[in-house]
Design a protein. Sequence first.
Length: 269
Amino acid sequence: MSPRTATPRHYLMCRPAHFTVDYSINPWMDPAKPTDTGTALAQWDQLHALFQRLGHTVELIEPLPGLPDMVFAANGATTLDGRVLGARFRHPERAAEGPAYADWFRERGWRVRDAEQVNEGEGDLLVAGDRILAGTGFRTEAAAHAEAAEFLGREVVTLRLVDPRYYHLDTALAVLSDTEVMYYPPAFDAASRAVLERLYPDALLAGADDARVFGLNAVSDGANVVLPEAAVGLAERLRERGFTPVGVDLTELLRAGGAVKCCTLELRR
């Protein structure tokens, strides 16, 4: 097995200064269960510091009051070759996040397109080498996949999600390198599983226990894979493939249905 090589990445993140769960738009969210913003901030700070220790550049967007899910920066846009496809959220509770992220990019000179179709950024549009793996079924509309292909200039592969617990593609699949992924097969319909088996015959398949703790909501730099520390089975299998798993505790943010990847939007100039 050839050694894995880490590539320095450029990320955008948002501190969970206003984090709470006061509405429910996925099965993980229960407003009746109290959340602790201080704990969320401390856990997020550890993730932020970890990315910097691994050699990555991290920029920050200002969190806005009244947008408790803005911490999930991956949902804010999809970036590729200096282009930004803005997010258009399905639920009104998150609608204002799209313009906030688009404004951040415009102020820094990126070419931004405001989406016409509902898409929730890198939650459902994952860049994997020369293609984009695109989720649909719960949030992003299938019609948004054609919009992404046209604007971002890459082949887009549609994958349909069927388990409401894994409502975004990045909760059920992680890109490990340009040619490798890991995913949880029961999260997808039969046709999508067949597509994944054809494209990635050697993919790492996650079990239910690791999927349930959001082990697939991970970020890879080609060598290091940052993922929830509770995904111990997945971590061991990553080691077997030459990756270095790095576990973090984001259990407070999981109360809103998010973990490592949800907090991390990659900036691709």
